[in-house]
Structures are given as structure tokens and as C-alpha cells.
Design a binder for this molecule. Structure first.
Ligand code: FES
Length: 128
């Protein structure tokens, strides 16, 4: 099974050969504004953790080489390729996926609509 099909099927990212595994433990990540705990090897690509462990499927698996940008996330405010970033490089950093971005946009849109209604009601009240 290729790593791409592993991701799509939602299988674990644990290596088949235990000798390939590096330190594994509980890691605290800040994803879309929330603290999330995951158990994984420290060298697990962030993309695998996002998709398999946190069920965030906004970032996609494409090339797995950091070249196609299908897996792009925002890391501390900057675009980053999650397929080539090990999770030990993400501890204490802010990770934003498409899901988090969509929530932020919806919140902004909702606030804008609310403000527009308040302005309209204020305008109506001032003329009445
Ligand atoms: S999957 Fe292509 S850059 Fe990450």
C-alpha cells in the first residue's frame, strides 16, 4: 500500500518495520486555535497527523515531496508544505488548515453581516 492510499484509507501512519520507528509519544499541537494531543513518532509528517489522527482533510496528499503544494497549511502565519514537516517541528507553533481558515472567514462574514444590520437599524432609527 502506498502512503497516498494509506492516507486516503485513513490507516495509521505507524511504520511497518518497527526498527524504522523513532521516539513515539504524546505531542501537543495547536491546530486551528485548539490544543490537540496526538500519539505519534516524532518524525511523522504533519500531513499524516492532520489527516489520519485529527481527521482534517483540507490538506491533501499529492507528491509527498514538498513540490505540488496540495498539502499546504499555514504555520505561524506562513504557508508551509505539511508533507515534509515532521511533527516535532510543529510543537508550540500555530497550525492553520483550510478548515480553520473557513471557520475564520465565516466568523468574519457573520460579524460583517451583524455590523451591517446594526448600521441599517441605526440609520432607520435616526430618520424615524
Ligand atoms: S504533497 Fe505535494 S507538496 Fe506536499
Amino acid at each position: 500500500m502506498t502512503s497516498s492510499s494509506c492516507l486516503e484509507a485513513g490507516h495509521s501512519t505507524t511504520p511497518n518495520d518497527p526498527s524504522e520507528a523513532t521516539f513515539s509519544g504524546t505531542i501537543l499541537l495547536q491546530v486551528n486555535g485548539k490544543a490537540r494531543e496526538v500519539r505519534a513518532a516524532l518524525d511523522t509528517p504533519l500531513l499524516h497527523v492532520l489527516r489520519n489522527d485529527l481527521e482534517l482533510n483540507g490538506p491533501k496528499f499529492g507528491c509527498g515531496l514538498g513540490e505540488c503544494a496540495a498539502c499546504t497549511i499555514i504555520l505561524d502565519g506562513w504557508p508551509a508544505r505539511s508533507c515534509v514537516i515532521p511533527i516535532n517541528g510543529c510543537m508550540g507553533r500555530n497550525i492553520l488548515t483550510l478548515e480553520g481558515l473557513a471557520r475564520a472567514i465565516n466568523r468574519i462574514r457573520s460579524n460583517a453581516l451583524s455590523s451591517r444590520k446594526k448600521l441599517r437599524n441605526a440609520a432607520i432609527a435616526s430618520t424615524g
